[in-house]
Design a protein around this ligand. Structure first.
Ligand SMILES: *Cc1c(COP(=O)(O)O)cnc(C)c1O
Length: 465
C-alpha cells in the first residue's frame, strides 16, 4: 500500500516547502515590516489556523447546516459572532454579524450583491487617492474591479491642496449620481473619517452607508479612531490588519428600525437575510472554520486591556514616524497622521515611489509605493505608504521608530544617489542597484545594520519553525 505520510511532520514529508516557510520566517524576522495593511498574528491565532477545523464542511448558518457533524462548528461560529459584537460594543438587538467572508474584498462584494441591485450605483474613495479596489476602480481601458464590472461606480476624491477628502464635492456629485450606497473606507489615508458627514450626504440622497473599516478596525475597537457604528448601516472589515487576527473578513449589519416616516410609520431594516444569503449561497461555499476560530481567538485578545495599550502605541509610533520624517525635511501628505500610517510624498525630493520602494526593500524595509493626491499618473506613484502596526507588534517604541526613520532616510538618500547617476528608465535604475559594485556594497552595509536592529525584536508566533 502506498504511504501517503498522513501523520508525518512537514519537515520530513516535504522538506522543500518546509525550507521555503523557514526562509520566509527569516525574511520576516530580519526585516522591518512597515506595510500598513500587515501585522503579525499571535501564536494562538496561528494555532487555531493550523487546526483540524480546516477539515470540516459547514455550509449554512449555525443551527441550519447542509451537512451533519456540525455541533462543535456551530459553537465555534456562534462564539465568534458573539465576540465580534462584544468587541465593538454592539447590542445584538440592533446589530447582526456574518463572520464567514473569506477576506475583505469578498465581504464587500457580498454587501453589494445583497443590498445593491445589479448595475446599482456605488460611490467610494478613488483608488489613487487612497481608496480600495473593492470600492470600484476603473480606468479608460478597463473596469479593473468586479465592483465596477457588475455595479456602476463613481468615485469621490481628495482635495490635492489639503490632502483631505473633498466632502463638498462628494455631496454635489451624490446629488447628481444618486448612489444606492456610499462607501466610507480607506487603504491609504492618514486622517480620521467624518462618518457624521458621510451620513448626512447618504441621507440626503437616500443611500445606504457602508463603512469599510478594514485598515482601522483595531483602532476602532478600543476607541482610538471614530466609531463608524454610530452612523453607518453596514460595517465591513478585514481581520488581519490593525485587528491582528488571521486573514479573513466580517460584515456587521443593522437590524430593527431604519427610519420613521412623517406619518409615524416605521421602516424596518431588511439587511440580515440579504447579506447572509449573498455570502452563502450567493458567493461562497463552505466557511473556512479554521479562520473563523482564529478570528474568535483574535477578538478575545481585542477585548483584553493590553490591546488598547497596543493600539495607543501604534498611534504614538505613527506620530513619531511622522515627526521624525518631517524633521528630516520630508513632506507628509495632509501634514500629519491621526492613525497608523503616513503617506510620504517624494515629489519634493524629485523621486518616485517605485525607486524608493525598491531600495528600501533591498535594505530590508518593506513599504509600498502609493499614489499621492494630484499625481498625474496612477502608474507612476510618487509616494510611499508607511505603517506602524507590525513593528508595534514586535514591541517597538518611539525611540525605536526614530532609529527606523534613520534607516528609511539612508535608503532614500541612496535612492537619490543612484537616480542621479544612472539613465532615466526604471530598468537603468534597477540595473545599477543590482550590478554597480559600489552601490551593492552600500546597500549591503545598511542592510546589515537593519538586520542587526530588527533581530533584537522577537517576532510573535511560533518559535518552533
Ligand atoms: C485591505 C482592504 C480590503 C480587502 O482586503 P483583502 O482581505 O485583501 O481582500 C478591503 N477594503 C479596504 C479598505 C482595505 O484596506
Amino acid at each position: 500500500m502506498a504511504d501517503f505520510k498522513l501523520s508525518e511532520d512537514i519537515k520530513s514529508s516535504d522538506p522543500e516547502m518546509y525550507d521555503l516557510i523557514r526562509e520566509e520566517k527569516q525574511r520576516q524576522k530580519r526585516g522591518l515590516e512597515m506595510i500598513a495593511s500587515e501585522n503579525f498574528a499571535s501564536k494562538s491565532v496561528l494555532q487555531a489556523l493550523g487546526s483540524c477545523l480546516s477539515n470540516k464542511y459547514s455550509e449554512g448558518q449555525p443551527g441550519q447546516r447542509y451537512y451533519g457533524g456540525n455541533e462543535v462548528i456551530d459553537k465555534i461560529e456562534r462564539l465568534c459572532q458573539k465576540r465580534a459584537l462584544e468587541a465593538f460594543g454592539l447590542d445584538p438587538q440592533l446589530w447582526g454579524v456574518n463572520v464567514q467572508p473569506l477576506s475583505g474584498s469578498p465581504a464587500n462584494f457580498a454587501v453589494y450583491t445583497g443590498v445593491v441591485e445589479p448595475h446599482g450605483r456605488i460611490m467610494g474613495l478613488y483608488l489613487p487617492d487612497g481608496g480600495h479596489l473593492s470600492h470600484g476602480f476603473m480606468t479608460q481601458q478597463k473596469k479593473v474591479s468586479a465592483t465596477s464590472v457588475f455595479f456602476e461606480s463613481f468615485p469621490y476624491k481628495i482635495d490635492p491642496d489639503t490632502g483631505l477628502i473633498d466632502y463638498d464635492q462628494l455631496h454635489k456629485n451624490a446629488l447628481l449620481f444618486l448612489p444606492r450606497m456610499i462607501v466610507a473606507g480607506i487603504s491609504c489615508y492618514s486622517r480620521h473619517l467624518d462618518y457624521k458627514r458621510f451620513r448626512e450626504i447618504a441621507d440626503d440622497v437616500g443611500a445606504y452607508l457602508l463603512a469599510d473599516m478594514a485598515h482601522v478596525s483595531g483602532l476602532v475597537a478600543v476607541g482610538c479612531a471614530p466609531n463608524p457604528f454610530e452612523y453607518c448601516d453596514i460595517v465591513s472589515t478585514t481581520t488581519h490588519k490593525t485587528l491582528r487576527g488571521p486573514r479573513s473578513g466580517i460584515i456587521f449589519f443593522r437590524k430593527g428600525v431604519r427610519k420613521t416616516l412623517k406619518n409615524g410609520e416605521k421602516v424596518m431594516y431588511d439587511l440580515e437575510k440579504k447579506i447572509n444569503d449573498a455570502v452563502f449561497p450567493g458567493l461562497q461555499g463552505g466557511p473556512h472554520n479554521h479562520q473563523i476560530a482564529a478570528v474568535a481567538v483574535a477578538l478575545k485578545q481585542v477585548m483584553d486591556p493590553a490591546f488598547k495599550t497596543y493600539q495607543q502605541q501604534v498611534l504614538s509610533n505613527a506620530k513619531t514616524l511622522c515627526s521624525a520624517l518631517q524633521s528630516k525635511g520630508y513632506y507628509i501628505v495632509s501634514g500629519g497622521t491621526d492613525n497608523h500610517l503616513v503617506l510620504l510624498d517624494l515629489r519634493p525630493n524629485k523621486l518616485d515611489g517605485a525607486r524608493a520602494e525598491k531600495v528600501l526593500e533591498e535594505i530590508g524595509i518593506a513599504v509600498n509605493k502609493n499614489t499621492c493626491p494630484g499625481d498625474k499618473s496612477a502608474l507612476k506613484p510618487s509616494g510611499l505608504r508607511i505603517g506602524t502596526p507590525a513593528l508595534t507588534s514586535r514591541n517597538m517604541k518611539e525611540d525605536d521608530l526614530k532609529k527606523v526613520v534613520d534607516f528609511i532616510d539612508m535608503g532614500i538618500k541612496l535612492t537619490q544617489e543612484i537616480h542621479s547617476s544612472c539613465g532615466p528608465m526604471l530598468k537603468d535604475f534597477k540595473a545599477k542597484l543590482a550590478e554597480d559594485p559600489d552601490v551593492v556594497a552600500k546597500v549591503k552595509a545598511v542592510k546589515t545594520q537593519v538586520e542587526e536592529f530588527a533581530l533584537q525584536f522577537p517576532l510573535p508566533g511560533f518559535e518552533e519553525w
